[in-house]
Unconditional design. Structure first.
Length: 181
């Protein structure tokens, strides 16, 4: 599959089959994330792979809201990737302060997308999750108090009849200009 086909095929999957994901496929996704670029090559992330079914279900329940009916699909996923933010290199942290930017968040976004694109290449479905109860997940996974979770990714095989959705995006004229705003 060429890159254009890959980015057109990659989508947020919210219905997974019960087929287990092979460790080799997860390892290739991890390697893709590991190779992602980051500010000053800081690689400010640690990937926690939650594949123990009982523990995975406990983490999945912390992505669901009692009031709002979303993220229930995470319980169907075979694996949850928890991306923990790590310290960047000193010069990157200084640059973040001077420029008032959080490059670590950009960096984990790039790493997460590398992971998800490789997962798509492997025939897997993923969904990046920004809604979760951080403190209970940190307790479940023994994440130190001074660390924070940047993002979660659900991973699994999509159900057989999962359809590729048409990508609805803004017109190019709305998102691009040359030489001035």
């Amino acid at each position: 599959m060429n890159f254009q086909e890959l980015i057109n095929k990659r989508q947020s999957v919210r219905k997974y089959s019960d087929k287990a994901v092979e460790k080799e496929k997860i390892n290739r996704c991890i390697e893709a994330a590991r190779l992602a670029p980051s500010a000053s090559n800081s690689q400010p992330w640690k990937l926690l792979i939650v594949d123990n079914p009982e523990l995975k279900n406990k983490v999945a329940k912390e992505t669901c809201s009692k009031l709002l009916k979303f993220n229930k699909f995470v319980l169907e996923a075979s694996v949850i990737i928890v991306i923990v933010l790590e310290k960047a290199k000193v010069k990157t942290r200084i640059g973040e302060k001077l420029k008032n930017k959080e490059w670590r968040l950009i960096d984990i976004g790039i790493a997460a997308e590398h992971f998800c694109l490789q997962a798509t290449e492997e025939g897997l479905g993923t969904c990046m999750l920004g809604w979760y109860n951080e403190n209970p997940i940190k307790k479940l996974l023994n994440i130190p108090d001074n660390k924070s979770i940047g993002l979660l990714i659900s991973v699994g095989y999509p159900v057989k009849d999962y359809k590729l959705r048409k990508k609805i995006r803004k017109d190019i004229e709305q998102i691009v200009s040359y030489n001035a705003y």
